[in-house]
Design a protein around this ligand. Structure first.
Ligand code: 4NP
Length: 155
């Protein structure tokens, strides 16, 4: 990416209790490790879990790796977020569709939305078991490392 590093990044999934809270914790961890000053938040495309802490399975997987995300609270993405955040990273193509619909025809908002993974979706682990959360951790950790490397190189 040749554009300059963002200052505010928003990770987005459907419920904001599984994937994007893990992405928020991991991006923040890599940002800190690399000495960057970038604000990280997360949100969901729906508001079903507004005000809830991350799913206990997501908390447990992150805690296994020494990252505490229990204090995070689910919230729904809103139009104002396109003004505050300069990069919006979505977990899957359905999230991409929904966030683009919220952006409408404003090109300066649409161009802020990117897939979190370079090559596909972060699978939704909500209806599965603990192994799904481990898989999400691995995918998201590797991509968070790559994103933060890019931001460091474009400082
Ligand atoms: P997330 O997972 O989008 O990764 O937070 C889900 C959380 C809740 C639901 C679906 C997916 N739900 O249907 O309540």
């Amino acid at each position: 990416m040749s554009t300059s590093a963002p200052s505010h990044v928003l990770a987005v999934c459907l419920g904001n209790i599984c994937r994007s809270p893990m992405a928020e914790g991991l991006l923040r961890q890599h940002v800190q490790t690399k000495g960057l000053r970038i604000k990280i938040d997360s949100a969901g495309t729906n508001g079903y879990h507004n005000g809830e802490a991350p799913d206990t399975r997501a908390q447990a997987e992150m805690r296994r790796h020494g990252i505490e995300i229990a204090a995070q609270e689910s919230r729904q993405i809103k139009k104002k977020d396109f003004e505050k955040y300069d990069l919006i990273l979505v977990m899957d193509s359905s999230n991409f569709h929904d966030v683009m619909a919220l952006a409408g025809d404003r090109e300066e908002w649409r161009c802020k939305v990117k897939m979190f993974l370079a090559d596909g979706n972060v699978p939704d682990p909500y209806y599965g078991g603990a192994a799904g959360f481990t898989h999400v951790y691995e995918l998201v950790n590797e991509a968070a490392d790559a994103w933060t490397d890019q931001w460091r190189n474009n400082r």
